[in-house]
Design a binder for this molecule. Sequence first.
Ligand code: SF4
Length: 92
Amino acid sequence: MTLRAIVQRASGQDLRLCHACNDCDLGAANDMDIPLSSLVQLILLDDEEALHCRTLWSDSVHEAARHACKRGLDLYAVITALREEKLRRDGH
Ligand code: SF4
């Protein structure tokens, strides 16, 4: 199963609705390495870098993601789902 499908199953969010508008970029925080929009694109590309980037574990990004998407995608739920997948793969 692709990362996009895993995220959709866990969060109910279909990232194929993303228009790559980059409006969800929140500005730089110390604990992020890639913009939120890039994290979304990595998931769509089924690129496992999405599971290893620091941005995934940034609590400030996680919180700000609630209302970040102008297309109505719940990126808070997306990050939560991706964190859960990473923890599952790590055996937690
Ligand atoms: S704001 Fe929403 S539609 Fe735009 S790039 Fe971010 S996730 Fe995609």
